[in-house]
Design a protein around this ligand. Structure first.
Ligand code: PLP
Length: 392
């Protein structure tokens, strides 16, 4: 049997072969510790790290000194939120919104247990947060607002510029989880008035295990409490030997994404539309979660009324996709994102995310449409038969 068609690019992306080529020498020949600056091998690695830092910082219009490498976005998010909280001796207030990734929501739960007050704002039926709600939630003791750039399940893009404006006007730090948009949408941290931003390489055809936190160093100079004791790497913000091959891979992946950004955004949008129309033609009852106009072009999230997402996914042997996000798909709870849109438990349990990517082909989409439609038809007729039997 052929490998299943991969339609789960928002969970993670395959490594781009060009990224692999850039990384390989740093596993073997160029193996030095980037902190061993007194010999050739260490300096060679340090140079590669600093070149990568330059590429990554430039891609969001930041400064080299503002990038802290971490093991991924989860760590960057923890460092941002707990790091800011740790600089205050008294507990204050922070604001976030309902469809954030569990890495953000759970970090807030953790500081809430320590006495911080957290406001979780609602979203509208498309998953958008209203900037006015952010403004209204601000109190004298508010110190940070955390709003993601785009959602990992439904692709909704948040009004980051407007929220940045509100935060800056109130002298409140603004943190953005940009895991789903870094390399895909243009990000200018200065214009968008972002003070902290988390990104990860494995969503943009880079390696797993590497991310960064951008920390604004000028107007405002953001202070953070370090979360990892050790050798004082990354200017004291994050101790631990730097994974040079992963860092090199991250920056190469970002370069390629930025080069291809416009083309990919449009071509993936065409695949998304093809998939949506192909399913709707046969099953007009499906419900779109999020909206096309204000959503990531590679994301398609659909509710299949009266069916269970898990059952559909298990039956579709030829397609790899997910119900909810990869991080919560082990949970039996319906997705908190779909629930936040106002859907009931039953509908939320029927939601499936399909996400296309750089290596998806038109043939993949056509085959996927056939398989999705067949499985959904089969499950619908099975359900109808069961209902008929019950009422006979
Ligand atoms: C929006 C969002 N935030 C955070 C994360 C966590 O990223 P990482 O896997 O690098 O820890 C993910 C990945 O699933 C994500 O999609």
């Amino acid at each position: 049997m052929a490998d299943p068609i991969y339609l789960d690019n928002q969970a993670t992306t395959p490594l781009d072969p060009e990224v692999m080529d850039a990384m390989l020498p740093f596993f073997h020949e160029k193996f030095g510790n980037a902190s061993s600056i007194h010999h050739y091998y260490g300096l060679e690695s340090k140079k590669a790290v600093e070149k990568s830092r330059q590429v990554l910082s430039k891609s969001i219009k930041a400064n080299k000194r503002e990038i802290i490498f971490t093991s991924g976005a989860t760590e960057a998010i923890n460092l941002a939120i707990k790091g800011v909280a740790g600089t205050f001796s008294k507990k204050h207030h922070m604001i976030t919104q309902a469809t954030e990734h569990s890495a953000v929501l759970d970090t807030f739960k953790s500081i809430e247990k320590k006495g911080w007050d957290i406001s979780i704002l609602p979203v509208n039926q498309n998953g958008e947060v209203d900037p006015q709600d952010v403004a209204d939630a601000i109190r004298e003791e508010t110190v940070l607002v955390a709003i993601m750039h785009a959602n990992n399940e439904i692709g909704t893009i948040q009004p980051i510029e407007k929220i940045g404006e509100i935060c800056r006007g109130n002298n409140i730090l603004f943190f953005v989880d940009a895991c789903q948009t870094f390399g895909k949408l243009e990000i200018n941290v200065r214009d968008m008035k972002i003070d902290l931003l988390a990104a990860t390489a494995h969503k943009l055809y880079g390696p797993k295990g590497i991310g960064f936190l951008y920390v604004c160093q000028k107007d405002p100079k953001v202070a953070l409490e370090m979360q990892m004791d050790g050798g004082g790497h990354e200017r004291g913000y994050r101790s631990g030997t730097l994974p040079v091959p992963l860092i090199v891979g991250f920056s190469r992946a970002a370069e390629i994404c930025i080069q291809k950004r416009e083309y990919e955004y449009h071509s993936l949008g065409k695949f998304r539309d093809l998939l949506l129309n192909g399913i709707k033609d046969k099953h007009s009852e499906v419900i779109l979660n999020g909206n096309i106009e204000n959503g990531l072009s590679h994301n398609l999230n659909l509710c299949f009324p009266n069916l269970e997402a898990e059952t559909i996914i298990m039956k579709m042997r030829g397609i790899a996709c997910s119900a909810g996000s990869a991080c919560t798909s082990n949970s039996l709870e319906p997705s908190h994102v779909i629930k936040a849109l106002g859907r009931n438990n039953e509908l939320a349990h029927s939601a499936i995310r399909f996400s296309v990517g750089r290596f998806t082909t038109q043939t993949d989409i056509k085959k996927a449409i056939l398989e999705i439609n067949n499985v959904v038809s089969f499950l619908k007729s099975k359900r109808e038969k069961r209902i008929k039997k019950t009422f006979q």
